[in-house]
Design a protein around this ligand. Structure first.
Ligand SMILES: [Zn+2]
Length: 432
């Protein structure tokens, strides 16, 4: 007897050989995938979902965001980066960031991510205990890091305090099925070599991931060259913190030599194309990184610089952006792009044994995309249709750990009216 059975599904497993079941089923027991294959008779299950021919995929993994910044969506947009940060974002964060701010902001973000088929995300912010509480009540999965910086933050007065808070957080959640703690030194330009090295020691000691922003802007590249005599990736390598634990967000401006180094050290990338475009940071050399074998996944970044939390949007943007920029329509094909947002993203966060594809033994983190809509028909190739024609809003059903959290396009675990009133409350506070 299974707990839940999804039948009549077009299953795109996203496993290494892109196995598909055109009239497939997925049987779930104890939160995990117990069986997957072509429909068969006589399967007994407590609950049954008839997918009605719709597409079932592994849930999307958003490998870089600052969820609580949902409260700053659209605030001060279209200004130069320095003005935006110094006159809008940082003053508000300095004044308001607290447990309440982070919990409320993350609730809004979780609602939106669930609605768009994101089942797992990587966060870097402050008060990660608030993020964890929000993730738990939304019944999501997340890799959580406290941003560690050399100057005082809303979370810690010194980098050492930030590191200690991270260690405490890791100890609290080390064996959790939903919260995966990691360490988050903010960036090479905001963390001294010593802070970066101490953080790596924690990552090694506690066997967790190391999440950091790297080579986001040309300004950063110049700054690091002036301070340390080398470009950011080489600088990280020089001080001994470049290895397979590293999930580097952005990576817009690596040199060819640095791309080789990323491949050699098995560094993972969170590519954030929409944020990089909106903040005018540049265009990351994704085809080159992929060609060298670097694992590249997708991040939305925070909503203040995007301004949504929709991985399908990132896929579509990235697939077209790199074709246009490289004058080559064969780079980033739809199938590869979808793999980057699922199984490769799971590798990027070191959870590929647990999530990222529809395979027996993995957690049942699944989404059903409603393809019975005029804008998604006729359907010749499901990968192409999802990347180029669908939107997050076409996700009809979301399951996390075998539990239905979105049904008929309605989020069940985060209350919509409450999220709307939170947003209104904070808008008034920020404007006053
Ligand atoms: Zn970021």
């Amino acid at each position: 007897m299974f707990d839940l059975l999804i039948k009549n599904a077009w299953v795109l497993t996203m496993d290494e050989s892109f196995t598909e079941y055109k009239n497939g089923y997925i049987a779930i027991k104890d939160g995990k995938i117990a069986e997957v294959g072509e429909n068969k008779e006589n399967l007994e299950s407590r609950e049954v979902i008839d997918a009605n021919g719709n597409i079932v995929l592994p849930g999307f993994i958003n490998t870089h965001t600052h969820a609580a910044m949902a409260l700053l969506r659209g605030y001060g947009s279209d200004n130069p980066l320095k003005v935006w940060l110094e006159q809008y974002i940082w003053p508000v964060e300095g004044k308001f960031v607290s447990y309440e701010f982070v919990k409320d902001g993350t609730d809004i973000a979780c609602y939106e991510m669930l609605r768009n088929g994101i089942t797992c995300f990587v966060d870097m912010y402050f008060y990660e205990n608030a993020v964890a509480d929000s993730v738990k009540s939304a019944h999501m999965r997340a890799v959580l890091t406290t941003g560690i910086l050399d100057f005082p933050t809303p979370g810690a007065k010194t980098p050492d305090e930030g590191i200690q808070k991270t260690i405490d957080f890791i100890k609290e959640y080390k064996n959790d099925e939903f919260i995966y703690p990691a360490i988050g030194p903010h960036a090479p330009y905001t963390c001294s070599p010593s802070t970066l090295q101490k953080s790596m020691q924690v990552a090694v000691d506690y066997d967790v991931a190391y999440h950091i922003h790297v080579s986001e802007t040309l300004h950063e590249v110049e700054d690091i060259k002036n301070r340390y005599g080398d470009t950011p990736v080489k600088h990280l390598n020089n001080i001994g913190v470049l290895n397979d634990r590293v999930l580097a967000a952005h990576m817009v401006h690596p040199t060819d030599e640095e791309v080789e180094l990323l491949a050699e050290k098995n560094v993972k990338i969170a590519h954030c194309p929409e944020s990089n475009l909106k903040l005018a940071s540049g265009i990351a050399p994704v085809p080159k990184m992929l060609e060298k074998g670097v694992i590249v996944s997708f991040g939305t970044d925070g909503t203040a610089s995007n301004d949504d939390l929709d991985i399908i949007g990132e896929l579509s943007t990235a697939a077209k952006l790199h074709k246009g920029y490289n004058l080559n329509p064969t780079v980033l094909p739809a199938k590869q792009v979808l793999a980057m947002a699922t199984r490769d993203a799971a590798k990027a966060i070191r959870l590929d044994k647990k999530i990222g594809s529809i395979e027996v033994g993995k957690y049942a983190d699944l989404i059903i995309i409603d393809i019975n809509q005029p804008h998604l028909q006729p359907l010749f190739d499901p990968y192409i249709q999802i990347v180029y024609s669908s939107k997050g809003s076409d996700v009809d059903t979301v399951l996390i750990n075998g539990k239905v959290v979105v049904e008929n396009k309605e989020v069940l675990t985060v209350e919509k009216q409450r999220v709307l009133s939170i947003a209104k409350k904070w808008r008034e506070k920020i404007l006053s």
